[in-house]
Ligand binder design. Sequence first.
Ligand SMILES: Nc1ncnc2c1ncn2[C@@H]1O[C@H](COP(=O)(O)OP(=O)(O)OP(=O)(O)O)[C@@H](O)[C@H]1O
Ligand SMILES: [Mg+2]
Length: 258
Amino acid sequence: MIVAGIDVGSLTTKVVILKDDKILSTSILSTGEEGAVIAQKAMDEALKKASLSFDQLENTVATGYGKKSVTFTDNTKSEMFCHAKGAHWLFPFARKVIDIGAESSKVIRLNERGDVEDFTGNDKCAAGTGIFLDTMAKAMEVPIEEVGELSLKHEKKASISNMCAVFAESEVVSHIHRGTPRNDILAGILESIADRIFGMSNRMGTQNDVVMTGGVAKNIGMVRALEEKLGVKIWVPENPQIVGALGAALIARNFVTV
Ligand SMILES: Nc1ncnc2c1ncn2[C@@H]1O[C@H](COP(=O)(O)OP(=O)(O)OP(=O)(O)O)[C@@H](O)[C@H]1O
Ligand SMILES: [Mg+2]
């Protein structure tokens, strides 16, 4: 059976095509202004990579912030559910998922079947999200892909005490002006995000089997900062950004089989 999941995030749109228990192809595009157009483009790209046509898909499910803009399916599912399903499929022992995307971060607690037991998120606040990191990286003229590795080379983490993104940004700017070493500032920024996620994570209990999803999981410095704060190893999928779309594909498959 061939199915697809699409996750229209605030920054990126992801598609996963699944055949039975195998991922056939994936695509990731910038969401931009036109959610519907990009959703179609991302789907076409994933279909092309898998040498398939849309008619060969038995079912599709959309998730993410822009799920309603998808015109080729009416099946939608919440992000919480999809990230939990995707993470559980990749790591069946997972009991907690930390998803940090561009504009939202979430901590989800799941049971042994991968069902959501509880979750918490910070949808209305920029601190603790990818966009905050992207803005800070830009202010420091460091490509976002390099932030993680550089932060690991810090000597003394710069203190960023304010939890609000607006004030944290001005703290970063004053560190830059004071000549605080770049890697120390980067480590301080990641530490401040880790503090925030730590608070959310604690509200969801103290599970050890933590999986991180979303684009920010590609930032090794963020993963290490969270591991240090939580005191546990964090499992990161090979492609953490597509986990929500993968979960949507798994749900699409269940719709067909039940
Ligand atoms: N190669 C990379 N290295 C480090 N960070 C990255 C990389 N690629 C993406 N990111 C981070 O991932 C973020 C985007 O994550 P993601 O694609 O999961 O967001 P989204 O799903 O569109 O957002 P949301 O779930 O909040 O709607 C970016 O803001 C950036 O900080
Ligand atoms: Mg997302």
